[in-house]
Write a protein that binds this ligand. Structure first.
Ligand code: PMP
Ligand code: GLN
Length: 383
């Protein structure tokens, strides 16, 4: 393995899920739902599979899916041409990797916010670029926000792109309009590309609003906006994602994408198109139910002795393990499946500064209520 990929030989999700299986633990580590998406979407997929629709889809994605993605994106007041400004990918993961491979190279720096989703560091490394990490800071009200001073300092003549994820995995932070406006201003001032990971765009709570960075002044033409069906329609295994950007940037991402997977998920693409057009009410019910699940798990974790942090979006809540007498959440996480029969992920594995994040565990609440309750029941007996 080449040196630049040596830090990435395994993923925390695969390892933690394997550990959960071995110890028959409730898996609140890997973020995937344990119920299915809308019946109409599944029916549409079935019809494709049995209707002989099982060969390569077109390179940029099925036209009806690109049209549906374009209509869906209109909710943010943005219009993207399905023929030139939208590309279907193998999940958001491929979209992120292909964007970085297409748009950055050796000598370029990519600014990444820590804690960061695990594929980001690997994708920057595959592109041969360097990551420059900035952090989050705590406000007086105990919320996290972007460290904008650190962002300003991180920008150098080598900076090519900023990779931003909101709603943010693993902290559940939804970045505010004021913060995003400043990120946008800096991108324009320094002529940077923004790659935005918006896979949790629908999963925001308590009236929080998802604001695409591309909708800020000067950003439409420099933002590669990425999303995916997995989280919106409970189909994380389908790996149908997409890119919305300018014809120029989409063509660049496509140049990389077409030699990574070429195409994927042909028979599933019409089903996602159907869901984007017809199932947003289902998604709203999902959002409401996830907000209740966040509250259910947060209350249970607090009851078990964790100091639970606020989460305004995503599948995840983070919790401080220090009140339970543990100094390092990672040490706890690797023994938790055996000790307590529950799996969670230590936040420090998503960072370049593990000491600053070593007290936090990430728990997924995208699970049936009885699963959440069972996990809480087990964690109550931890100490
Ligand atoms: N970005 C973030 C922030 C995620 O949490 C995930 C995991 N679901 C992905 C990207 C990957 O999305 P996909 O499964 O569509 O590749
Ligand atoms: N996105 C999911 C998470 O953050 C897991 C995805 C994966 O297993 N790679 O838990």
């Amino acid at each position: 393995l080449v040196p630049r990929l040596r830090p990435f030989t395994s993923t925390v999700f695969a390892e933690m899920t394997a550990l959960a299986v071995r110890h028959d633990a409730v898996n609140l580590g890997q973020g995937f739902p344990d119920t299915d998406g809308p019946a109409g979407m599944l029916e549409t997929a079935k019809n494709s599979l049995f209707g002989g629709d099982n060969q390569y889809p077109p390179g940029p994605g099925r036209p009806e899916l690109r049209a549906a993605i374009s209509r869906h994106r209109q909710r943010y007041g943005a219009s993207y041409d399905p023929d030139t400004e939208i590309l279907v990918t193998a999940g958001a993961t491929e979209a992120i990797a292909a964007s970085l491979i297409a748009l950055t190279e050796a000598g370029d720096e990519v600014i990444v916010v820590e804690p960061y989703y695990d594929s980001y560091a690997a994708a920057v490394a595959m592109a041969g670029a360097q990551r420059r990490v900035i952090g989050l800071v705590e406000t007086d009200s105990g919320q996290l926000e972007l460290d904008l001073d650190a962002l300003r300092e991180a920008i150098t003549p080598k900076t090519r792109a900023v990779l931003l994820n909101s709603p943010h995995n693993p902290t559940g932070t939804v970045f505010s309009r004021a913060q995003l406006a400043e990120v946008a201003r800096l991108c324009v001032e320094h002529d940077l590309i923004a790659v935005t990971d918006e896979v949790y765009e629908h999963l925001v709570f308590d009236g929080a609003e998802h604001l695409p960075l591309a909708s800020f002044p000067g950003m439409r033409e420099r933002t590669v906006a990425i999303s995916s069906a997995g989280k919106t329609f409970n189909c994380t295994g389908w790996k149908i994602g997409w890119v919305c950007s300018t014809p120029h940037l989409v063509a660049a991402v496509k140049a990389a994408k077409q030699f990574i997977t070429f195409v994927s998920g042909g028979p599933l693409q019409p089903a996602v198109a159907y869901a984007l057009d017809n199932e947003l009410e289902w998604v709203e019910n999902l959002r409401v139910s996830l907000q209740e699940k966040r509250d259910r798990l947060s209350a249970g974790l607090a009851d078990a002795g964790f100091a639970v942090r606020p989460s305004a979006g995503t599948y995840f809540v983070t919790a401080d393990v220090r009140p339970l007498g543990f100094a390092d959440a990672a040490e706890l996480a690797w023994t938790l499946p055996e000790r307590a029969g529950v799996a969670a992920v230590p936040v420090k594995v998503f960072t370049d500064h593990p000491d600053e994040w070593k007290h936090l565990l990430r728990f997924a609440f995208c699970k049936r209520n009885e699963v959440i309750d069972e996990a809480v029941e087990r964690l109550r007996k931890l100490v």
